[in-house]
Every structure is written in C-alpha cells, then in structure tokens.
Design a protein around this ligand. Sequence first.
Ligand code: ADP
Length: 363
Amino acid sequence: MAEATEAQIIEALKKVRDPEVGKDLVSLNMIKDVQICGDAVAFTLQLTTPAHPRKEEFEQECKLAVGSLENVNSVNVRVTSHVTARPSMAGKMDVAGVKNIIAIASGKGGVGKSTVAVNIALALSREGAKVGVLDADIYGPSQPLMLGIPAARPIAEEGNKIRPLEAHGLKVMSMGFLVDEDSPVIWRGPMVMRALVQFLSETIWGELDYLILDLPPGTGDAQLTIVQQVSLAGAVIVSTPQDIALLDARKGLQMFRKTDVPILGIIENMSYYLCPECGHRENIFDTGGGEKASQRYEVPFLGAIPLDIKVRLGGDFGMPVVAGEPDHPTARAFREAARKVAEQVAIANASGPISVPELKIIG
Ligand code: ADP
C-alpha cells in the first residue's frame, strides 16, 4: 500500500479542534514537522503554553485522527510548546524579556489573592514555564513569607539593576523587601506606582514566560495607575463566595475593562471546605457563585479552590501546597486553575490588543 501523504495527514488533523478557540489545530499553526516513513508517521504538536489544559486530550485526538488513516500503523506525536507573548500596546510599558505579565487582583483584602498568586506561579513553573512573582501588595506583602524567604534581601548590581531572589524555582521580587515587617507602611498611590515601575524595569528577570503580579487589594488609584501604565497580558480576579455575593469583585472587573486589560477570568477561593482527615467536601457557602458571576459578566470561570488548612499552613511555613504536596486535591485545584489561566493568556494574545465595550450590569 502506498505511504500516506502529508496532505492526507494534515487533512486528518484538521478534524482536531480546540473547542475553547473554535478552530482546528492546523489552522492554529500547532502542527509542525510532519514526517512519514512507510506506515509510521511523526509530527510535532506545538502548544501555546506548556501548561495547556488540553495537552493530553489534543495528543490523544491527534493520534486517533492520523492513526485512523488506512495506510498508517504508528503515530508519534512530539509535544512541545512555545509561549506566545502579549503584543505591545501603545503607551503601555513592556518589561524586557518578560513575555506575559499576569495581574492577580481582588476587590478587597483577605480573600486569598496572594495565596492564589503564589500557587498559580508554582503550578505554571511545574509545567515547565519560566515564572517570576512580583509582590506589589505594599500594604501586606506576603510573598517572601509564603515562599520561605522572609529575611532575604535582593542584591543591587551595577547600573542600578536588582537581582531577584529565587525560591522554589521562581524569580521573586517583593515590595516587602523595601519595608520593615513591623512598621506599617503609609505610602501614597504615586509612590507605590514609582516603586513598582522601578521594580519591574530594573530587576534582572532574565527570560520569563509569565510574571505573576500580586496587586494590592481593591481598585484605588495605585492599582488603576498600574493597569493603565503596564502592558498586562491579562488579569485574574480572586474572590470568595461572599465577596462575589457582595459584588466586590465587580469593581475589579470594571477597572480592567475600562483600561483594555483582558480579563482572564474569576477564581473562587475558599469555595468549599475540604476535611483534611477524611477528604469530605462540605459546601459551607452557596456553591456555584463564582461560576454564575462569570456567566453574568461574560468572563471565564477558572476554578474553585477549597478552604483547606493545608493552604494556610503551607503559606505560613514557606512551602505552598503546590510545592509541598503537588498531588493533593487542593494542589490539583490550583494546578487546574493555572492551566486555565495559561490557556486564556494564549487566547488573549492570539486576538491581539483588545478594545471591549464597557461592562453591563444586569440586575
Ligand atoms: P490576600 O492576599 O487576599 O489579602 P492572603 O492570600 O494573604 O489574602 O490570605 C489570607 C489568609 O487566608 C492567609 O492566612 C492564607 O493562608 C489564608 N488562606 C487563603 N486561601 C486559603 C484557602 N483556600 N484555605 C485556607 N486558608 C486560606
């Protein structure tokens, strides 16, 4: 029997679609280097992020599609990734070497924004991405503690450059490095902004796929200035069930919409209680609030994270749950959410700089 042709293989692969994007993998330019040797076929599947949530699904579907051709007996799919970068936006600042800056925001403090930020960063790094964290939460910088480096200080290098710290495979900078833990900081918005821009541009980040920016809580002037001036790949809103009910999260959505920052979606934290003894799941609060809110505001729902003592202890002891127990159900919830975040970044990058209509509040 004659060998399959490249055209037949490509045709077969056109049947594999990315449902989130609504296009097939060939049109998305994800199939490369098709090789045919007798009845054996090999090709590369190039994902837009190593943390792609459909990695296994795509690989399997590609194998099935090509394997179903009459003259093909074995299919070898090489899965690789190339993280796409946020297209530059006029008037907004890019950071050299950093492909995507992802802001993690919340309507108010205490909802677990920093906890989500660090676990998402660790989850992306576990998938093979190069990741940094910038703790911009000047009023409660918690990343140094959560990453187990509370007493460390970054080193200034020649030419005013700062070398970030490293912890659990992440590059880390924190406004916490500038302040004394015991003295409350009274910084005005513009000061926060100046320090942050300096941190962003004068840190030797190296090459990063994702820089996770842990924003101060709320939607004040400092936050607004940051989102107006820095070119962000997108924003994740962290919310608790109560916060969603009170619509605190809505203000965050408004802020990002107004400044043309893609909203990657909502993560509902402390969503339900997971018993550390028996693994029983108790829905203490109304469930599904985050999902309903994301439907209402037409933004993706990225996941629900349980209220779990392991999360707090991990944060307090410098070993976040994704680093310490990556296979624990709570860590898995963070890892799934991180994959969705990375997927949404790639989708936003593919659609270029956005200009979206203002948020409509219904009811
Ligand atoms: P924020 O950044 O929104 O102010 P933090 O991330 O600092 O909030 O979290 C506040 C407190 O809640 C911390 O003690 C943290 O360990 C705890 N916490 C956050 N998320 C969870 C969770 N899912 N389960 C248990 N404790 C949590």
